[in-house]
Design a protein around this ligand. Structure first.
Ligand code: GLY
Length: 369
Protein backbone atom coordinates (compact mmCIF):
# COMPACT_ATOMS: atom_id res chain seq x y z
CA UNK A 1 0.00 0.00 0.00
CA UNK A 2 1.31 3.45 -0.70
CA UNK A 3 0.05 6.97 -0.26
CA UNK A 4 1.52 10.39 -0.89
CA UNK A 5 1.95 13.55 1.13
CA UNK A 6 2.37 16.97 -0.47
CA UNK A 7 5.67 18.40 0.78
CA UNK A 8 7.16 21.74 -0.14
CA UNK A 9 8.71 20.16 -3.25
CA UNK A 10 5.86 18.02 -4.55
CA UNK A 11 4.37 14.73 -3.46
CA UNK A 12 6.37 12.41 -1.24
CA UNK A 13 5.31 8.78 -1.51
CA UNK A 14 4.90 6.85 1.75
CA UNK A 15 7.14 3.80 1.50
CA UNK A 16 6.81 0.81 3.82
CA UNK A 17 9.67 -1.65 4.16
CA UNK A 18 9.10 -4.93 6.00
CA UNK A 19 12.08 -6.08 8.07
CA UNK A 20 11.87 -9.76 9.02
CA UNK A 21 14.48 -10.84 11.57
CA UNK A 22 14.76 -13.93 13.73
CA UNK A 23 13.82 -12.05 16.90
CA UNK A 24 11.13 -9.67 15.55
CA UNK A 25 9.57 -8.50 12.29
CA UNK A 26 8.65 -4.86 11.90
CA UNK A 27 7.89 -2.08 9.45
CA UNK A 28 10.03 0.90 8.53
CA UNK A 29 7.92 3.80 7.25
CA UNK A 30 9.63 6.47 5.15
CA UNK A 31 7.68 9.55 4.13
CA UNK A 32 6.71 13.13 4.83
CA UNK A 33 4.38 14.46 7.53
CA UNK A 34 4.64 11.22 9.51
CA UNK A 35 5.32 12.73 12.96
CA UNK A 36 1.79 14.04 13.22
CA UNK A 37 0.26 10.63 12.56
CA UNK A 38 2.60 8.68 14.77
CA UNK A 39 0.11 7.98 17.61
CA UNK A 40 -2.10 5.31 16.00
CA UNK A 41 0.92 3.73 14.33
CA UNK A 42 2.73 3.30 17.65
CA UNK A 43 -0.43 2.07 19.33
CA UNK A 44 -1.00 -0.53 16.63
CA UNK A 45 2.62 -1.70 16.39
CA UNK A 46 3.28 -1.95 20.14
CA UNK A 47 -0.02 -2.25 21.99
CA UNK A 48 1.45 0.11 24.60
CA UNK A 49 -0.83 2.52 26.42
CA UNK A 50 1.95 4.45 28.13
CA UNK A 51 5.04 5.29 26.06
CA UNK A 52 7.99 7.44 27.06
CA UNK A 53 9.56 9.62 24.38
CA UNK A 54 13.32 9.95 24.82
CA UNK A 55 14.89 12.78 22.86
CA UNK A 56 17.80 15.20 23.26
CA UNK A 57 18.41 18.87 23.89
CA UNK A 58 18.70 19.61 20.12
CA UNK A 59 15.72 17.64 18.85
CA UNK A 60 13.27 18.08 21.75
CA UNK A 61 12.73 21.84 21.20
CA UNK A 62 11.95 21.13 17.53
CA UNK A 63 9.83 17.98 17.56
CA UNK A 64 8.96 16.77 21.06
CA UNK A 65 5.75 18.75 21.54
CA UNK A 66 4.43 17.67 18.14
CA UNK A 67 5.24 14.05 18.91
CA UNK A 68 3.60 14.18 22.34
CA UNK A 69 0.53 15.88 20.85
CA UNK A 70 0.30 13.15 18.19
CA UNK A 71 0.48 10.49 20.91
CA UNK A 72 -2.15 12.30 22.98
CA UNK A 73 -4.53 12.38 20.01
CA UNK A 74 -4.26 8.59 20.00
CA UNK A 75 -5.07 8.61 23.73
CA UNK A 76 -1.57 7.58 24.73
CA UNK A 77 -0.60 9.24 28.01
CA UNK A 78 3.10 9.73 27.43
CA UNK A 79 6.09 10.72 29.50
CA UNK A 80 9.20 12.33 28.04
CA UNK A 81 12.87 12.84 28.78
CA UNK A 82 15.47 14.92 26.93
CA UNK A 83 19.10 13.90 27.38
CA UNK A 84 21.92 16.34 26.67
CA UNK A 85 22.77 16.12 22.96
CA UNK A 86 25.98 14.72 21.54
CA UNK A 87 28.07 11.56 21.31
CA UNK A 88 30.01 12.81 24.32
CA UNK A 89 26.88 12.11 26.40
CA UNK A 90 26.34 8.56 25.12
CA UNK A 91 27.68 7.07 28.34
CA UNK A 92 26.64 5.11 31.43
CA UNK A 93 25.67 8.24 33.39
CA UNK A 94 23.11 9.34 30.78
CA UNK A 95 21.90 5.75 30.41
CA UNK A 96 21.25 5.75 34.17
CA UNK A 97 19.30 9.00 33.89
CA UNK A 98 17.16 7.64 31.05
CA UNK A 99 16.48 4.36 32.92
CA UNK A 100 15.55 6.38 35.99
CA UNK A 101 13.10 8.48 33.91
CA UNK A 102 11.55 5.31 32.48
CA UNK A 103 11.16 3.84 35.96
CA UNK A 104 9.71 7.09 37.37
CA UNK A 105 7.19 7.14 34.51
CA UNK A 106 6.20 3.64 35.68
CA UNK A 107 6.40 1.93 32.33
CA UNK A 108 5.31 -1.69 32.45
CA UNK A 109 6.64 -4.68 30.51
CA UNK A 110 4.10 -3.95 27.74
CA UNK A 111 5.18 -0.36 27.21
CA UNK A 112 7.56 1.25 24.78
CA UNK A 113 10.44 3.70 24.61
CA UNK A 114 10.10 6.03 21.62
CA UNK A 115 13.56 7.20 20.55
CA UNK A 116 13.13 10.59 18.86
CA UNK A 117 16.43 11.84 17.51
CA UNK A 118 19.63 10.94 15.72
CA UNK A 119 21.95 7.99 16.18
CA UNK A 120 23.01 8.87 19.71
CA UNK A 121 19.43 9.01 21.01
CA UNK A 122 18.48 5.85 19.10
CA UNK A 123 21.47 3.91 20.43
CA UNK A 124 21.12 5.04 24.03
CA UNK A 125 17.32 4.96 24.32
CA UNK A 126 17.33 1.59 22.55
CA UNK A 127 19.82 0.23 25.07
CA UNK A 128 17.72 1.59 27.96
CA UNK A 129 14.70 -0.24 26.50
CA UNK A 130 16.81 -3.40 26.16
CA UNK A 131 17.69 -3.46 29.87
CA UNK A 132 14.66 -1.91 31.59
CA UNK A 133 12.74 -4.85 33.13
CA UNK A 134 15.11 -7.08 31.10
CA UNK A 135 13.74 -5.64 27.89
CA UNK A 136 10.71 -3.66 26.75
CA UNK A 137 9.87 -2.44 23.24
CA UNK A 138 11.47 0.43 21.37
CA UNK A 139 10.14 2.47 18.47
CA UNK A 140 12.80 4.34 16.54
CA UNK A 141 11.90 7.78 15.16
CA UNK A 142 15.15 8.82 13.47
CA UNK A 143 15.58 12.52 12.72
CA UNK A 144 19.04 12.47 11.11
CA UNK A 145 19.96 10.98 7.76
CA UNK A 146 22.52 8.67 9.36
CA UNK A 147 19.93 7.33 11.79
CA UNK A 148 17.33 6.88 9.02
CA UNK A 149 19.58 4.92 6.67
CA UNK A 150 21.57 2.99 9.24
CA UNK A 151 21.39 3.08 13.02
CA UNK A 152 17.60 2.97 13.51
CA UNK A 153 17.31 -0.29 11.55
CA UNK A 154 18.79 -3.63 12.54
CA UNK A 155 18.56 -3.58 16.33
CA UNK A 156 22.04 -2.54 17.44
CA UNK A 157 21.89 -0.43 20.60
CA UNK A 158 24.88 0.77 22.60
CA UNK A 159 26.67 3.34 24.68
CA UNK A 160 30.34 4.30 24.67
CA UNK A 161 32.88 3.41 27.36
CA UNK A 162 36.13 5.24 28.10
CA UNK A 163 37.97 2.46 26.27
CA UNK A 164 35.98 2.82 23.05
CA UNK A 165 32.77 3.58 21.19
CA UNK A 166 29.74 1.28 21.42
CA UNK A 167 31.49 -1.13 23.78
CA UNK A 168 28.38 -1.73 25.92
CA UNK A 169 25.19 -2.67 24.18
CA UNK A 170 22.54 -5.16 23.22
CA UNK A 171 20.54 -6.25 20.22
CA UNK A 172 16.95 -5.05 20.38
CA UNK A 173 15.00 -4.90 17.15
CA UNK A 174 12.52 -2.01 17.15
CA UNK A 175 8.79 -2.66 16.96
CA UNK A 176 8.46 0.11 14.36
CA UNK A 177 10.67 2.69 12.66
CA UNK A 178 9.17 5.99 11.48
CA UNK A 179 11.46 8.09 9.27
CA UNK A 180 9.86 11.45 8.53
CA UNK A 181 12.12 13.11 5.95
CA UNK A 182 10.71 16.54 6.89
CA UNK A 183 12.93 16.42 9.99
CA UNK A 184 16.06 16.43 7.82
CA UNK A 185 15.45 20.10 6.97
CA UNK A 186 16.46 21.24 10.46
CA UNK A 187 19.83 19.43 10.57
CA UNK A 188 22.97 21.51 10.23
CA UNK A 189 24.37 21.07 6.69
CA UNK A 190 27.39 19.22 8.11
CA UNK A 191 25.30 16.72 10.04
CA UNK A 192 23.06 16.16 7.00
CA UNK A 193 26.04 15.49 4.71
CA UNK A 194 27.61 13.24 7.35
CA UNK A 195 24.73 10.77 6.89
CA UNK A 196 25.59 10.40 3.20
CA UNK A 197 28.75 8.42 4.08
CA UNK A 198 26.60 5.39 4.98
CA UNK A 199 24.40 5.96 1.90
CA UNK A 200 27.42 5.72 -0.41
CA UNK A 201 28.56 2.63 1.51
CA UNK A 202 25.22 0.87 1.01
CA UNK A 203 25.18 1.71 -2.71
CA UNK A 204 28.76 0.50 -3.14
CA UNK A 205 27.87 -2.74 -1.35
CA UNK A 206 24.71 -3.62 -3.17
CA UNK A 207 23.28 -1.25 -5.78
CA UNK A 208 25.25 -0.07 -8.79
CA UNK A 209 22.32 1.92 -10.22
CA UNK A 210 21.94 3.86 -6.96
CA UNK A 211 25.71 4.38 -6.86
CA UNK A 212 25.65 5.90 -10.34
CA UNK A 213 22.69 8.09 -9.43
CA UNK A 214 24.48 9.35 -6.32
CA UNK A 215 27.59 10.08 -8.39
CA UNK A 216 25.49 12.38 -10.63
CA UNK A 217 22.92 13.83 -8.22
CA UNK A 218 24.03 15.05 -4.80
CA UNK A 219 21.46 14.59 -2.04
CA UNK A 220 20.26 18.00 -0.94
CA UNK A 221 18.66 18.88 2.35
CA UNK A 222 16.40 21.43 0.65
CA UNK A 223 16.15 19.59 -2.67
CA UNK A 224 13.65 17.15 -4.15
CA UNK A 225 12.10 15.49 -1.11
CA UNK A 226 10.83 12.41 -2.87
CA UNK A 227 14.35 11.68 -4.18
CA UNK A 228 15.57 11.88 -0.59
CA UNK A 229 12.76 9.61 0.64
CA UNK A 230 13.38 7.12 -2.18
CA UNK A 231 17.10 6.98 -1.38
CA UNK A 232 16.39 6.54 2.36
CA UNK A 233 13.92 3.73 1.62
CA UNK A 234 16.33 1.99 -0.76
CA UNK A 235 19.06 2.16 1.91
CA UNK A 236 16.71 0.59 4.44
CA UNK A 237 16.01 -2.22 1.95
CA UNK A 238 19.72 -2.83 1.44
CA UNK A 239 20.31 -2.99 5.17
CA UNK A 240 17.16 -5.14 5.63
CA UNK A 241 18.44 -7.67 3.11
CA UNK A 242 21.55 -8.10 5.25
CA UNK A 243 20.13 -8.10 8.79
CA UNK A 244 17.24 -10.37 7.84
CA UNK A 245 19.85 -13.05 7.06
CA UNK A 246 22.33 -12.30 9.82
CA UNK A 247 20.85 -10.42 12.76
CA UNK A 248 23.80 -10.97 15.12
CA UNK A 249 26.69 -10.19 12.76
CA UNK A 250 28.08 -13.70 12.60
CA UNK A 251 28.78 -13.41 8.87
CA UNK A 252 27.02 -11.36 6.20
CA UNK A 253 26.29 -8.39 8.48
CA UNK A 254 30.02 -7.79 8.69
CA UNK A 255 29.78 -6.45 5.12
CA UNK A 256 28.05 -3.37 6.58
CA UNK A 257 31.45 -2.55 8.07
CA UNK A 258 32.81 -1.68 4.61
CA UNK A 259 35.16 1.29 5.03
CA UNK A 260 34.71 1.20 8.80
CA UNK A 261 37.99 -0.24 10.10
CA UNK A 262 39.93 2.58 8.44
CA UNK A 263 37.01 4.98 8.99
CA UNK A 264 36.97 4.33 12.75
CA UNK A 265 40.73 4.83 12.87
CA UNK A 266 40.38 8.19 11.08
CA UNK A 267 37.57 9.15 13.47
CA UNK A 268 39.63 8.24 16.55
CA UNK A 269 42.75 9.92 15.14
CA UNK A 270 40.74 13.15 14.78
CA UNK A 271 39.79 12.96 18.47
CA UNK A 272 36.20 12.40 17.26
CA UNK A 273 36.07 15.90 15.81
CA UNK A 274 35.32 14.51 12.33
CA UNK A 275 31.83 13.08 11.81
CA UNK A 276 31.40 9.31 11.48
CA UNK A 277 30.06 9.51 7.92
CA UNK A 278 32.90 11.77 6.77
CA UNK A 279 35.37 9.22 8.15
CA UNK A 280 33.52 6.27 6.59
CA UNK A 281 33.57 8.07 3.22
CA UNK A 282 37.34 8.59 3.44
CA UNK A 283 37.66 4.96 4.63
CA UNK A 284 35.75 3.71 1.56
CA UNK A 285 38.12 5.62 -0.72
CA UNK A 286 41.22 4.31 1.13
CA UNK A 287 39.94 0.73 0.86
CA UNK A 288 39.07 1.11 -2.83
CA UNK A 289 42.50 2.59 -3.68
CA UNK A 290 44.34 -0.14 -1.78
CA UNK A 291 42.28 -3.12 -2.93
CA UNK A 292 42.35 -2.01 -6.56
CA UNK A 293 46.15 -1.81 -6.40
CA UNK A 294 46.21 -5.29 -4.85
CA UNK A 295 44.05 -6.61 -7.69
CA UNK A 296 41.22 -7.52 -5.28
CA UNK A 297 38.82 -4.98 -6.80
CA UNK A 298 37.90 -4.37 -10.43
CA UNK A 299 39.93 -1.83 -12.39
CA UNK A 300 38.61 1.71 -12.12
CA UNK A 301 36.99 1.10 -8.72
CA UNK A 302 38.99 3.72 -6.81
CA UNK A 303 38.25 6.49 -9.28
CA UNK A 304 34.52 5.66 -9.24
CA UNK A 305 34.34 5.63 -5.43
CA UNK A 306 36.26 8.91 -5.17
CA UNK A 307 33.95 10.51 -7.75
CA UNK A 308 30.80 9.47 -5.88
CA UNK A 309 32.14 10.51 -2.48
CA UNK A 310 33.33 13.88 -3.80
CA UNK A 311 30.02 14.50 -5.64
CA UNK A 312 28.27 14.19 -2.28
CA UNK A 313 30.60 16.71 -0.62
CA UNK A 314 32.51 14.17 1.48
CA UNK A 315 36.29 13.73 1.88
CA UNK A 316 38.18 11.23 -0.26
CA UNK A 317 41.40 11.32 1.77
CA UNK A 318 42.66 11.71 5.31
CA UNK A 319 45.56 13.75 6.60
CA UNK A 320 45.92 11.53 9.69
CA UNK A 321 49.45 10.05 9.92
CA UNK A 322 49.66 6.39 8.88
CA UNK A 323 51.25 5.46 12.23
CA UNK A 324 48.34 6.96 14.11
CA UNK A 325 45.80 5.16 11.91
CA UNK A 326 47.55 1.85 12.54
CA UNK A 327 47.70 2.51 16.27
CA UNK A 328 43.97 3.28 16.36
CA UNK A 329 43.08 0.28 14.15
CA UNK A 330 44.92 -1.99 16.59
CA UNK A 331 42.19 -1.13 19.15
CA UNK A 332 39.32 -1.82 16.75
CA UNK A 333 36.77 -4.09 18.37
CA UNK A 334 36.29 -5.94 15.08
CA UNK A 335 39.85 -7.28 15.38
CA UNK A 336 40.27 -10.96 16.18
CA UNK A 337 43.69 -11.51 17.82
CA UNK A 338 46.30 -11.17 15.10
CA UNK A 339 43.80 -11.06 12.24
CA UNK A 340 41.14 -8.64 11.10
CA UNK A 341 38.13 -9.17 8.82
CA UNK A 342 38.06 -6.53 6.12
CA UNK A 343 35.31 -5.96 3.59
CA UNK A 344 36.66 -5.70 0.07
CA UNK A 345 34.58 -3.88 -2.55
CA UNK A 346 35.19 -6.32 -5.41
CA UNK A 347 33.05 -4.31 -7.85
CA UNK A 348 30.51 -1.53 -7.54
CA UNK A 349 27.51 -3.39 -6.08
CA UNK A 350 29.36 -6.37 -4.64
CA UNK A 351 31.87 -7.17 -1.94
CA UNK A 352 33.55 -9.99 -0.05
CA UNK A 353 34.89 -10.50 3.47
CA UNK A 354 38.58 -11.36 3.75
CA UNK A 355 40.39 -12.38 6.91
CA UNK A 356 43.85 -10.85 6.78
CA UNK A 357 46.80 -10.51 9.12
CA UNK A 358 47.57 -7.25 10.87
CA UNK A 359 50.62 -6.98 8.61
CA UNK A 360 48.45 -7.20 5.51
CA UNK A 361 46.11 -4.65 7.04
CA UNK A 362 49.05 -2.27 7.62
CA UNK A 363 49.94 -2.69 3.95
CA UNK A 364 46.35 -1.76 2.95
CA UNK A 365 46.51 1.39 5.08
CA UNK A 366 49.86 2.33 3.55
CA UNK A 367 48.62 1.73 0.00
CA UNK A 368 45.27 3.48 0.37
CA UNK A 369 45.62 6.31 2.87
N1 GLY B 1 25.92 -0.11 11.17
C1 GLY B 1 26.24 -1.45 10.88
C2 GLY B 1 25.25 -2.42 11.43
O1 GLY B 1 24.19 -2.04 11.86
O2 GLY B 1 25.54 -3.59 11.44
Amino acid sequence: MSSAHMGTHGAVELRTIEVPTASRSYEVLVGSGLLDSIGPRIKQATGSSHPIVVSDSNVAPLYLDRTLAALERAELASASFAMPAGEVNKHLGTLGDVCQAIAEAELSRDDVVVALGGGVVGDLAGFAAAIYMRGIQVVQVPTSLLAMVDSSVGGKTAIDATAGKNLLGAFLQPSLVVADVDTLSTLTPEVFVDGIGEVVKHALLADEALFEELSEHPLKQDGEKDYLARVVARNVEIKRDVVAQDERESGLRQTLNLGHTIGHAIEAASGYRLGHGHCVAAGLCCMARATERLGWSEAGMAERVERCVAAQGLPTTTDAPIDELLRQAAFDKKRHGQTVNVVVPTAVGSCEIRTITLEEFSHIVELGC
